[in-house]
Design a protein around this ligand. Structure first.
Ligand SMILES: NC(=O)c1ccc[n+]([C@@H]2O[C@H](COP(=O)([O-])OP(=O)(O)OC[C@H]3O[C@@H](n4cnc5c(N)ncnc54)[C@H](OP(=O)(O)O)[C@@H]3O)[C@@H](O)[C@H]2O)c1
Length: 267
């Protein structure tokens, strides 16, 4: 079956589409939600801090001219994810795009991670994606269309010291991406993953400062010699979510300023 060729700019148009962005009130999620809305999508942003969520939704709607709804959600809770997808369908009639972005970690050495902390990181970074994907997937499968993007990390690709739980959960998210793509391709539903490097989102920057870490020093091993910005991750997420990526599914794309390799020191 031949597709009609379109310009990439047309394929990046989200007019008529509905997108859910978990963790969409801040950082990478906010940058993604703003881009999607400016490209014409009706967007639902979901997180726990209600005041911040409402302020972000209001700003996205004002700056983009597209409807944006904040739905208070705790993605660790299955019922909350079910309610998020249901509210989206009730308000906007459909769900075309799901961005499983809510995530994060509390760093600590493996020998000190309590069982509760281990489970909390899995609940936040992988179980949440399963709940939201399963629920949004029901609607996508029924309509025979949809695009899901999961947000992983360098930790999911290679592991990070101090993040045994986070690394394992993000790795699981990457494999979940591949299996979702393999199973749901037959329904016209794509699933991809962006593995972000060191990104200077406001909360990450605050955490580095609190831990006494110097960002440019940490970035010295990155070939591009700087942390990334949230919108540089959003660009890849939006591309995967769009029709411009119509033949791409099951992929994990690193957006991290390049590979940090061992070897001889170079000026
Ligand atoms: N920044 C980096 O260097 C970096 C690197 C690699 C990967 N990542 C990944 O990128 C994603 C976004 O991170 P970011 O840097 O943009 O940081 P961020 O601003 O802290 O984003 C996390 C978002 O998720 C929301 N969230 C956290 N727990 C939640 C819960 N239980 N239910 C619903 N929402 C929840 C937060 O809002 P509330 O707290 O209000 O709920 C927040 O909006 C995460 O998955 C992170 O693991 C970040």
């Amino acid at each position: 079956m031949h597709r009609k060729m379109q310009m990439i700019s047309e394929q990046l148009d989200f007019t008529g589409k509905v997108a859910i962005v978990t963790g969409g009130a801040t950082g990478i999620g906010y940058a993604t939600a703003m881009q999607l809305a400016k490209l014409g999508a009706r967007v639902v942003v979901a997180s726990r801090t209600v005041e911040e969520l409402e302020a972000s939704a209001e700003r996205i709607q004002r700056e983009s001219g597209s409807p944006c709804l904040g739905v208070p959600t705790d993605v660790k809770q299955e019922q909350s994810c079910i309610a998020l997808v249901q509210r989206t369908v009730d308000e906007f009639g459909q769900v075309d795009v799901l961005i499983n972005n809510a995530g994060g970690t509390r760093m600590g050495p493996l020998e000190s991670i309590p069982t509760r902390g281990w489970h909390a990181i899995f609940d936040l970074n992988i179980h949440s994606a399963y709940y939201c994907t399963r629920e949004a997937g029901k609607h996508m499968i029924e309509r025979r269309r949809g695009s899901i993007v999961n947000i992983s990390s360098n930790a999911g690709l290679h592991g990070v010291k101090g993040g045994a739980h986070y690394s394992a959960a993000k790795s699981a998210l990457q494999t979940f991406t591949v299996v979702t793509a393999a199973e749901w391709g037959r329904f016209g539903v794509r699933c991809n993953c962006v593995a972000a490097g060191m990104i200077a989102s406001p909360r990450a920057t605050g955490a580095w400062k609190a831990a006494g870490l110097e960002p440019m020093e940490m970035a010295s091993q990155i070939p591009l010699k700087r942390p990334g910005e949230p919108d540089e991750i959003a660009n890849m997420i939006v591309f995967f979510a769009s029709d411009a990526a119509s033949y791409i599914t099951g992929q994990v794309m690193a957006v991290n300023g390049g590979p940090a390799l061992g070897g001889i020191p170079l000026e």
